[in-house]
Design a protein around this ligand. Structure first.
Ligand code: IMP
Ligand code: MG
Length: 178
């Protein structure tokens, strides 16, 4: 285990089992539809790469990078598009893939933005949901795990850009933040 880790919340086996389950549901719900996966960089990149291999359908994937965080662990509410999609989503069945929904501000902004581009449908798939801190109501169609109000890292999620490569979801030791 990495020396900065206090505890592992979700191990590799649990992650893969849940992702297989989500992939099956998505496969069922989107058969006969022309699915476009929108992956929110960078946090969701590990999740999406495992997830799409569990979706047994032809699909397209595109990436968007948005920022709502400064240097600390609180959502600032200020959202910027750092990288936009390469393709038009007009008339497409769009599934947004996120790593974690915390306050919900980032995703609420993204949804409002994407809606103006007139997709046929727009749904959310998030690996983690931290409902205690939600300040905006969001309709989440696919949810991997609910996590407590703790800052989590690993499997794509970072603290100051580190720990994304850990194969599990974990909580950092307090001293790492100091
Ligand atoms: P929100 O706008 O508060 O919902 O924040 C969403 C974004 O903040 C996520 O896409 C993550 O990039 C980041 N984030 C929120 N909570 C955590 C966490 O516990 N660990 C790592 N990143 C987080
Ligand atoms: Mg993110």
């Amino acid at each position: 285990m990495n020396k900065d880790i206090k505890k592992i919340l979700i191990d590799e086996k649990e992650l893969q089992a849940k992702i297989a389950e989500l992939g099956e549901r998505i496969t069922e719900d989107y058969k006969d539809k022309n699915l476009l996966i929108v992956c929110v960089l960078k946090g969701a990149v590990i999740f999406v790469s495992d997830l799409i291999r569990k979706i047994d359908l032809p699909l397209d994937i595109d990436f968007m990078a948005i920022s709502s965080y400064g240097s600390n662990t609180e959502s600032s509410g200020v959202v910027r598009i750092l990288k936009d999609l390469n393709v038009s989503i007009e008339g497409r069945h769009v599934l947004i893939v996120e790593d974690i929904i915390d306050s919900g501000l980032t995703l609420a902004y993204l949804i409002e933005n994407l809606k103006t581009r007139r997709p046929e449908s727009l749904e959310i798939c998030t690996l983690l949901d931290k409902p205690d801190r939600r300040t905006i109501d969001l309709d989440i169609k696919y949810r991997g795990f609910q996590v407590p109000d703790e800052f989590v890292i690993g499997y794509g999620l970072d603290y100051a850009e580190k720990y994304r490569n850990l194969p599990y979801i974990a909580v950092l030791k307090e001293e790492v933040y100091q």
